[in-house]
Design a protein around this ligand. Structure first.
Ligand SMILES: Nc1ncnc2c1ncn2[C@@H]1O[C@H](COP(=O)(O)OP(=O)(O)O)[C@@H](O)[C@H]1O
Ligand SMILES: CC(C)(COP(=O)(O)O)[C@@H](O)C(=O)NCCC(=O)O
Ligand SMILES: [K+]
Length: 270
């Protein structure tokens, strides 16, 4: 069994993947700031062959995982941002400073679709752009929806947005503090993405595919008018790409990868 860890600043997501088949056996998450020891939310470490980790929540967490890997004598693969990997050249002045979750997303996105725009809607909303020739151009970082809400401390609570169909109402002016805040935040999240993507396509004179991932991707996706692929396992896919362990991964098949919509040529009957 392989344990893949996507450690974000809010949630630490994990999944258990079987070595033999391309199957996810179990998934879970723990609050990154919580104590992990003895947490019921973590998988059983005993039957693991390997742990692969993308971590943006600091060294303490990494040390915790290193201790676990050592205790259970499991091989640990730690992802790090670097200058170039899997055909992508890191556009950061200091490549190692790029968040490794962003780097995993960019590598997976480029492998699946070539040039693309990768958007991770988590504690922060990050956007990254990669050209068809593999050049990463960098991107944008803004507070995620929950952080925007908390920063206002206006009639808000720590409860995440209801991922239900009330989003339609989110684009009309709010008539209470709660509504004005919730609608405003949604508008900010969706609006910045639309503006940044539009300006990018104008400057590059090409429309690159957009891939969304992260805890708030569903909600934001429904507010976007641009077409976007959803890839919940995108960060994990970056781990599969740089640390391939299963048959499929060794053949470059990434779990849940979007398949570029084929433009069906109009069949014209003579
Ligand atoms: N305090 C909280 N209580 C409940 N859900 C939360 C809380 N904070 C964040 N969330 C939800 O958890 C998800 C965090 O997104 P995720 O992409 O996992 O973030 P990160 O990778 O930055 O940790 C979001 O969907 C958000 O709505
Ligand atoms: C921007 C981030 C905090 C996003 O993390 P997340 O929302 O996934 O918790 C993370 O990618 C990060 O720590 N980046 C390092 C700084 C940078 O990418 O420029
Ligand atoms: K994330």
């Amino acid at each position: 069994m392989i344990l893949d860890l996507d450690i974000g600043n809010t949630l630490s997501k994990w999944r258990l993947k079987s070595m033999e088949q391309d199957r996810i056996i179990e998934r879970g998450s723990v609050w990154t700031r919580d104590r992990w020891d003895g947490s019921q939310e973590l998988p059983d470490f005993r039957d693991l062959k390997a742990i692969r980790i993308s971590n943006v929540a600091g060294k303490d967490i990494l040390r915790k995982v290193e201790r676990l890997a050592k205790r259970y004598r499991v091989k640990l693969y730690v992802a790090r941002s670097c200058e170039e990997s899997a055909g992508v050249r890191n556009g950061y002045q200091k490549p190692e400073a790029l968040g490794v979750d962003r780097w995993m997303g960019v590598l997976a996105g480029y492998h699946a679709l070539g040039g693309c725009c990768v958007i991770d809607c988590g504690s922060a909303i990050t956007m990254d752009f990669v050209l068809p020739d593999g050049q990463h151009l960098g991107g944008f970082i803004t507070p995620g929806m929950r952080l925007m809400k908390e920063s206002l401390k206006l009639g808000t609570s720590n409860v995440p947005f209801q991922q239900d169909d009330t989003y339609q109402g989110l684009t009309v002016p709010g008539t209470s503090t709660q509504e004005a805040v919730t609608h405003g935040i949604f508008l900010a999240a969706v609006g910045q993405i639309a503006l940044a993507y539009d300006q990018f396509c104008q400057s590059q004179k090409q429309k690159l595919p957009v891939i969304l991932t992260g805890g708030d991707a569903e909600l934001i996706h429904r507010g976007l008018s641009i077409h976007a692929y959803m890839w919940p396992d995108m960060v994990y896919a970056g781990l599969e790409l740089i640390f391939p362990l299963t048959e499929q991964e060794l053949q470059g098949q990434l779990y849940g990868a979007p398949v570029r919509a084929k433009i069906i040529e109009k069949v014209v009957f003579a």
